[in-house]
Design a binder for this molecule. Structure first.
Ligand code: MF3
Ligand code: CO
Length: 251
């Protein structure tokens, strides 16, 4: 399948998917505190998604066993919720969620601080979020896809951090993962030309230490190879005639 351009009607549905997904994230953010388990975070997400008659897109995706990915500290992405995993003061918790509304997907991730965290962890979370916003400054019709990629990496490197290279962002629409792949780092080619109606899930994953990652024996959880902290920030973004529209975001 190639890159899809969404019609106005499809964009309306993706706006609604994104609006609901932002509510899912708000509800999880309100409830994250020391003592909560990652299982309970998943349950909150599942319940909100269902309450809007949406489908949790991650559940059973290639066998993934939950609705939300919850990745703590050195876990980068795809942490599997568990009743045995208790969130503690000082943790940083990356929450990734996806919903399907009337056949259309939205995908977004946030990294939260739990209580008092170290200044370094705070700076990592803020830099990761900002790298997304630096990237989408280039998410405009006529630019090339990898302009976004380069802007993300340049910002992250300037902050003294590294970008994960083994996982990338993606097009999104009727499927969770559509073309194109969206690297969060410079690549040799300039990538496709951006056109209004493209919808992209842009999702920098940023490490304090080395960029290398490893997979745990559960075959899902991605961790930093060196054990350093990692953060993740993602939104579903619409390319327009002017400024990009962030579909999975409010405030
Ligand atoms: N948000 C993730 C991504 O963009 C999807 C999680 S994978 C799943 O690739 F298995 F958990 F669904
Ligand atoms: Co994604």
């Amino acid at each position: 399948m190639s890159v899809t351009i969404k019609s106005n009607h499809e964009i309306e549905l993706m706006r609604e998917a994104g609006r609901i997904l932002a509510i899912v994230h708000d509800e999880i953010e309100k409830n994250i505190r020391p003592g909560i388990t990652t299982y309970e975070i998943d349950k909150i997400g599942y319940d909100v998604i269902k309450s809007y008659d949406c489908i949790p897109s991650f559940l059973d995706y290639h066998g993934y066993p939950a609705s939300i990915c919850v990745s703590v500290n050195d876990e980068v992405v795809h942490g599997i919720p568990s009743k045995n995993r208790i969130i503690r003061e000082g943790d940083i918790v990356s929450v990734d969620a996806g919903v399907i509304y009337k056949g259309y997907h939205s995908d977004a991730a946030r990294t939260h601080a739990v209580g008092e965290i170290t200044p370094e962890a705070r700076r990592l979370i803020d830099a990761t979020k900002q790298s997304f916003f630096e990237g989408i400054k280039f998410a405009k019709a006529g630019n090339h896809l990898h302009d976004i990629s380069a802007a993300i990496e340049d910002y992250v490197v300037a902050q003294g951090y590294t970008v994960v290279r083994d996982l990338v962002g993606h097009g999104i629409g009727r499927a969770l993962h559509e073309e194109p792949e969206i690297p969060n780092f410079r690549v040799r080619r300039k990538g496709i030309k951006l056109v209004p109606g493209m919808t992209l899930a842009i999702e920098p994953m940023v490490n304090v230490g080395r960029p290398d990652v490893a997979w745990l024996d559960d075959e899902w959880t991605v961790v930093t190879h060196d054990g350093s902290l990692s953060a993740h920030y993602e939104n579903t973004v619409l390319i327009t005639d002017g400024e990009p529209e962030i579909l999975s975001y409010h405030k």
